[in-house]
Design a protein around this ligand. Sequence first.
Ligand SMILES: NC(=O)c1ccc[n+]([C@@H]2O[C@H](COP(=O)([O-])OP(=O)(O)OC[C@H]3O[C@@H](n4cnc5c(N)ncnc54)[C@H](O)[C@@H]3O)[C@@H](O)[C@H]2O)c1
Ligand SMILES: [Zn+2]
Length: 319
Amino acid sequence: MTPLFESTILPSLEKSNYEILYVPLKGNESIKSIEAFTFLENKLLPFIDRQTTLIAIGGGAIGDVVGFSASILLRGIPWIYLPTTLLSQVDSSIGGKTAINSSFGKNLIGSFHFPSLVVTDTAFLKTLTKKQIACGLVELTKHALIQDGDLFDELEQNHAKILSDTDFLPSYIFKNIQLKINIINDDWFEDKNGTRQYLNLGHTFAHAFESITKNENSLLHGEAVSLGLCAAYDLAVEQDVCCEQDRDRVKNYLNSIGMPIYYQNLTFSDKILEYFKIDKKKKGEKITFILPKGIGKSCHLFTVRQPSTQLIFSLFSKN
Ligand SMILES: NC(=O)c1ccc[n+]([C@@H]2O[C@H](COP(=O)([O-])OP(=O)(O)OC[C@H]3O[C@@H](n4cnc5c(N)ncnc54)[C@H](O)[C@@H]3O)[C@@H](O)[C@H]2O)c1
Ligand SMILES: [Zn+2]
């Protein structure tokens, strides 16, 4: 649990008839590490059995490490998730993916382990900063870009209201959860080559950007996804999959919610290509980029044999 909610949630859990073991964790990307998993394992193993349920209370990083721990401790125990950031409420709490990071890249050690229950309470969102809300909005927008153009129109019109008052969020969160569930429903374990892969829109780029910046000027996940979406739209325009107007609309919108859009500001280096080469979705020498066909018009799979320096450099060398 992120210590932020200690004073509200802990007393009510303690009143239950269950035995509670509380493990405070610092909720940020550094918690998704082997070291943090080992810390958690040392705290938990002396006390748990297969009847134990882990309860994760925090953002996507806490959900990912607790869910991952639940998936492997004692060969798997149940877990419950109370997502406390917008990003975790609209994305990471839905779909059963859990992961920690490796020195080779993001989310490379993980599993599918669905929580038994997700409790999404928008009261948590009151303590988020505008930037954290905008980061969540990026993932919500990603779902609209994949399959709901009307939702994108609404976000485009109402983003100022949404960013300044979290009371506008519940209906969007609800709509978003339905969208994401629809996409994952026929492909729970992402092994059917179906539309679930579209959810990775912008993420091949985003994970590489997050990995190359992790030591200095590190990007929040939502910021990296914003840059990743811009790169995916640029590549889609270059490949004639998407028109320039849709690409520009998406970039303007991301800019207006305060998210970065100039990935060209990142230093281009061969390291980006290295991170593509260890992308989870690669097949042998081939790597697949998810390209948007427009706004809310589904995606196109663009597979290349090892992304060439030329392909990526041509994106970076544009304004
Ligand atoms: N498993 C999945 O399907 C999936 C999907 C999307 C993203 N993710 C992962 O989620 C992570 C990002 O999650 P995130 O954006 O929630 O960030 P985060 O979990 O790193 O949290 C960001 C910050 O917000 C704080 N915080 C949490 N709840 C708060 C609240 N209610 N009020 C104030 N502060 C609060 C945290 O302590 C932390 O400092 C990334 O590691 C990403 O890879 C996973
Ligand atoms: Zn994401």
